[in-house]
Write a protein that binds this ligand. Structure first.
Ligand SMILES: *Cc1c(COP(=O)(O)O)cnc(C)c1O
Length: 470
């Protein structure tokens, strides 16, 4: 061997060893953090004193690395890093140290209390996270020529478009919509040997529909396929689907996880060793990491490091904020339920809710049993209701109510610290047309409320004056 080759070999080995040191430091930080309570994990994540002192001039907050790329000491380090033989970030489309802080924290929160290990990738939006989660299961496989997947039909409008237009119309991948989430037979009948995964939104936006994650994940696994759950409207503070058998969870972290409203963000978090009838073994072994290293790198749905830190900063108070929003939402739902001008109200915390049993099973404030000795059911910040109309298909009173709102914003937004009211039929579910809205159970006179952290009396008083004006 030439001496330059020997030098190169030694140089490469040095960086592989350095990589092992970085990986074991990361593991040390995970081991330290994962036994903490939810709030402590959300507040500190994997960022510790040692990292602050060694890397960041002692900064007690995680730094925002607004850099496109990582510099390398030399040829050997670059070669080892780009071959993924050492942990590194290389280029901000592939990875970024600030984004890592967010991903590592989300992975720990989504797997909190489940005993599972999880890995997370952060994306530039919730829609990008959904696409990142589903596409690896929809790859071409000549032995399974007609890929399909099965999904709850009560999904967010953007998800409906992504599935029915981008996947089905553009690419011929069939989406099979479930009309009754609770009907196990309907789910089972729609699955065949070309079904790649099951998908559900829980609770759904805006219909607040629920499904039995445990039963549907068992069904998915009996066919050797994964269950993917969008838990945006609950957030990990109320529901962690991985604990109940789901394999992948997606969040539009744009909503309550980044509730102060400065960023559009998505996260996808997956368990280890998930079932799939397609894809390589490495994909199934650690889906989140595999996605990040390969399709995420190639497709480019990366999140800005700035938005990663904004989200991380908001998440520190996720649990207490979701608790406050949910308690206010419960009061507001009870107020609306007794109001003479309100003909229906859909909120899982009401006894009248048709799915209150399933709501009680799945929606609890994380760690509340440590506060009070008993787990506290809380049902989130979102509800829909109807105002009396002669003809619900040409809403008059609803329009009057909506335009009279004074404190509450008219916007298509959700999970924010500020209370927002939306008319789904003309906003989130406008593009779908009549059939799509029917599938999603959206009527023209539905009002969706997303309750913020203002004092509940002020929110109720604004709703009350707007109802009085009818
Ligand atoms: C908003 C939303 C999305 C899409 O997220 P973006 O961050 O807006 O791309 C997906 N699912 C649900 C349930 C949502 O509410």
């Amino acid at each position: 061997m030439l001496s330059t080759e020997i030098d190169h070999e030694q140089g490469t080995q040095k960086w592989i060893q350095e990589g092992k040191r970085i990986a074991s430091d990361r593991q040390r930080r995970i081991d330290r953090t994962k036994n903490w309570r939810f709030d402590t994990i959300a507040t500190h994540g994997l960022y510790d004193l040692q990292q602050a002192l060694n890397l960041n001039n002692g900064s007690i907050m995680e730094p925002i690395y607004m850099s496109p790329a990582q510099a390398f000491h030399n040829f050997d380090e670059m070669e080892v890093a780009l071959a993924y033989q050492m942990p590194s970030w290389t280029y901000s489309r592939i990875a970024n140290p600030s984004t890592f802080f967010l991903e590592e924290t989300v992975a720990l929160l989504e797997s909190y209390g489940s005993g599972h290990k999880a890995s997370c990738v952060a994306c530039g939006s919730g829609m990008a996270a959904i696409r990142t989660a589903i596409e690896p299961f929809l790859v071409k496989d000549d032995s399974l020529p007609q890929p399909n997947f099965v999904s709850t039909s009560r999904v967010y409008g953007g998800t409906f478009q992504q599935f029915s237009i981008r996947q089905m119309e553009d690419k011929g991948i069939e989406v099979r919509w479930i009309t009754d989430n609770m009907d196990l037979d309907e789910w089972a009948k729609n699955i065949n040997n070309e079904t790649r995964f099951l998908y559900g939104e829980m609770p759904s936006n805006p219909a607040v529909a629920l499904f039995d994650i445990e039963k549907i994940s068992e069904l998915a696994h009996s066919f050797g396929i994964p269950l993917i759950v969008d838990a945006t409207c609950a957030s990990p503070a109320l529901l962690r689907p991985l604990e109940f058998g789901a394999d992948v969870v997606v969040q539009s972290a744009s909503k309550v996880m980044a509730a102060n409203g400065w960023a559009i963000v998505g996260t996808m978090t997956a368990k280890m060793d998930l079932p799939s009838i397609v894809g390589p073994e490495e994909m199934k072994a650690d889906f989140g990491t595999w996605v990040k290293l390969l399709p995420y790198r190639d497709n480019g749905p990366a999140l800005s490091p700035f938005n990663a830190i904004l989200t991380l900063n908001d998440m520190r108070s996720l649990r207490s904020r979701v608790a406050q929003m949910s308690r206010s939402a419960q009061n507001i739902a009870e107020f609306l339920e007794t109001h003479p001008k309100v003909t229906s109200i859909n909120y899982p915390g009401l006894k009248s809710h048709t799915q209150s049993e399933i709501a009680n099973k799945y929606l609890t404030l994380v760690d509340s049993e440590n506060d009070t000795g008993q787990a506290e059911n809380l049902f989130g910040y979102m509800m829909t209701f109807e105002i009396e109309e002669k003809d619900p298909f040409t809403p008059v009173n609803t329009r009057q109510f909506y335009d009279k709102l004074n404190l509450i914003w008219r916007a298509t937004d959700l999970g924010r610290v500020k209370t927002v009211a939306t008319i789904p039929a003309i906003s989130t579910h406008q593009q779908q047309g009549e059939t799509g809205r029917k599938l999603a159970a959206i009527q023209p006179n539905y009002v969706r409320l997303s309750i913020g952290i203002e004092h509940v009396d002020d929110i109720i008083s604004d709703i009350n004056q707007a109802l009085d004006s009818i």
